[in-house]
Design a protein around this ligand. Sequence first.
Ligand SMILES: Cc1cc2nc3c(=O)[nH]c(=O)nc-3n(C[C@H](O)[C@H](O)[C@H](O)COP(=O)(O)OP(=O)(O)OC[C@H]3O[C@@H](n4cnc5c(N)ncnc54)[C@H](O)[C@@H]3O)c2cc1C
Length: 419
Amino acid sequence: MLLFSTVVFGRPEMRFDTIIIGAGIIGTSTAYYLQKYSPKQKILLIDKNSKIAGGNTSRSAALYRNLFSSRTSQVLSASSIGFYETIADKIGLKNLGYLWMFSQDDWKKSQKGLQNLNDQSETFEILSPKEFPKNLQLNFNSSDDFPAIHQALYGHRCGSLSAINLAKYYAKQFEDLGGKIALEKNIQKLSLSEEERHFPPWSGIKLLSIMDQNRDEYLADDFLFTTGAWTNDLLAPIGIASQIYPKKRQLYTLKLDSTQIVSNPKESTPILILPTGGVYVKPILQNGIIMVGCANELGNPYQMNIYPPAAEQEYFEFAIKPILQYYFPKLKEFKLFSKWAGYYAYYWPDKNPVIEKVSNIQWISGTSGSGIMKADAIGRISAAKVLGLEKTELFDGTKFKIDNLSLKKRAVDAEELII
Ligand SMILES: Cc1cc2nc3c(=O)[nH]c(=O)nc-3n(C[C@H](O)[C@H](O)[C@H](O)COP(=O)(O)OP(=O)(O)OC[C@H]3O[C@@H](n4cnc5c(N)ncnc54)[C@H](O)[C@@H]3O)c2cc1C
């Protein structure tokens, strides 16, 4: 067995019951709930950034919605939103609504998913174009290139919040309960108890310690990797197939005269999803701003090259702008004044989070672009898994079977309502 002298004679302050690596929204939420459920535990939350939520959490559009066809997504998001509503003023929660527009073809394809929404019928409506908010300056017609707007889902329990404030909220609650946070610690080495034995069974092999850029070593009984898009980079070298892959996503903010989008900018405007290309618009029209994003799948690699990645001007010009200007024909003049990109951490098969454990190593990732809106539930579930529970109760009282999000015993229905 390979042991390091620092492991045997390690400094006492470097030894913890649980170490959580990654202080984004998932790490902070998990840390808080674990400390709350298990107050005597000595828990350390570590991040390589100098700030809480300095990774992809701060790069997100921070939109939330309860409109999902997958039962798992519905439960994770609805219960999380319920919690966020209780701290709305602290996290800048704005209940704007979501107007999700469909072409006729996509509407037909989405029927199966729409049926699954029936349980939540009080939280959404189906609108025909005639019933849309009159304020929107939309073109409803088709052209050779773009389909007409056929129908829309109008979600009531949808909006935006400050993802950074939410992560800071959890971090503060965690610290108030006695949890410790260490920033600017870039974990570069994971040391297993038996480095020579690379074959199954795993029994007996544990993660003993992790080491940062200063060669400081941290020991714990349990290690949680809430490292989002970096999870595979950290765990693959020690023989764990986390099944999590990074994919770049980009956001653009446009400064404009808001009357190109709505006739009265003082009225509240919902978040908009246009019926083509998954282009979505977050309106901040009182300030003359819209934020625009778009999903790009094929040709966009599951790979993280550099971080932070650059947002591409051409992607906006060729993929987003034509769609935006088609559905908002008055949109002629605007300034693209900022753009940025980050990475989704994908669990490709069903695009729901993964909470899995091998030996004393647990990873919680695969949030697949909806980690902010599901983080409260994910934190409660991952904390309960550390404690070896089978089920846990979410904010709204739903009992959730923890292994449903594991890889080995996964029970998640695939999402049918995809942007
Ligand atoms: C452009 C874009 C738009 C998005 N829009 C939305 C949206 O509208 N709504 C929504 O719900 N979600 C959205 N998301 C997804 C959301 O951002 C993620 O689901 C969420 O932030 C994941 O949180 P996390 O804590 O897992 O990851 P992160 O916030 O990335 O946290 C992981 C942390 O691990 C740390 N770390 C990694 N490696 C190491 C190491 N070796 N040592 C120490 N620390 C390490 C990183 O520094 C980082 O802080 C969007 C994402 C992007 C990129």
